[in-house]
Design a protein around this ligand. Structure first.
Ligand code: URA
Length: 277
């Protein structure tokens, strides 16, 4: 196998491009590691020591060496999103439940859990798709370039970020900002639904196709869903929430020609908010 140091500049660039395409777009260490070289002898990992705090030790009769037995998973490692979410009575409890939830693989590769930002008592709640690199780093939704555009769109209808409530369907960044899989979406959805129930906004905005299709349970794409008002039902005998879908700000950054349609949606939103309780 060629060593990294043997590669030409063009080959190095091609390798880098391949890594970025595969989602490895952030440095994990300060110094690069050349994994094509054998590790130095001292760096060969020693066999793992048993961890008495987590593992019990079983002895079978007649066999001398102790055999580590995995400890029962702590009760906090919860897998059942539906039951966990249903048991939460406040937004703070829900945040804690999401942070403890280990049923979505995205958590393993993410740096932070990104729960929400803004005022949980706000009239206006916005739900995006999933954190990106900036959000993953800072632990807050919509703080990167698309977040800056969202802030400006909100300001244009007289709302500051601190006076609205912003979250995502997924609480962890998909590696390389890839599309979340249907399975990952389903793993987080009970929390997202409970989140909306607990906040109980007067108006709900769904940013982008993933959020709109998932929350509204629709198969149509965002081109058809945007700009229409839906009635989001959170439960029997509870008021429905007027809900509008619009383009995701990241899409607007890529397709500025569509800002005009999004502006229309935000004007409709402004009007609805002025009539909301
Ligand atoms: N895109 C989203 O959908 N959510 C964020 O928080 C950031 C980018």
């Amino acid at each position: 196998m060629p060593r990294l140091s043997d590669l030409t500049d063009a080959e190095s660039l091609a390798l880098l491009a391949w890594q970025v395409a595969a989602g490895a777009d952030e440095a994990a260490l300060d110094q690069p590691v050349d994994r094509t070289r054998p590790p130095p002898a001292a760096a060969v990992p020693a066999p793992p020591a048993s961890r008495p705090a987590l593992a019990a030790v079983a002895r079978s009769p007649g066999s001398a060496p102790p055999r580590p037995v995995p400890a029962a998973p702590p009760a906090l490692i919860a897998q059942d999103a539906k039951a966990l979410a249903a048991g939460c009575r406040t937004v703070a409890e829900l945040e804690q439940a999401v942070r403890l939830y280990d049923g979505c693989g995205l958590k393993k590769t993410a740096t932070n859990t990104v729960f929400a930002d803004g005022d949980p008592k706000a009239k206006l709640m916005l739900v995006g798709e999933a954190p990106g690199a900036d959000e993953d780093r800072q632990g807050k939704p919509f703080v990167g370039l698309s977040g800056k555009l969202l802030d400006r769109m909100l300001q244009a209808i007289g709302r500051e970020r601190g006076s609205v409530y912003i979250t995502n369907i997924l609480f962890w960044r998909p590696p390389g900002n890839r599309q979340p899989t249907p399975q990952e979406i389903q793993q987080c959805l009970p929390f997202a639904i409970r989140h909306i129930e607990l906040v109980g906004p007067s108006v709900l905005v769904l940013l982008g196709g993933t959020s709109a299709k998932t929350i509204l349970n629709q198969t149509e794409g965002i081109m058809r869903l945007r700009g229409r008002w839906f009635e989001y039902k959170i439960g029997e005998n509870l008021p429905v929430i007027p809900t509008i879908a619009t383009y995701h700000p990241a899409y607007l950054l890529r397709s500025p020609g569509q800002k005009r349609e999004a502006w229309r949606d935000f004007l409709a939103l402004k009007l609805r908010l002025s009539n909301a309780l």
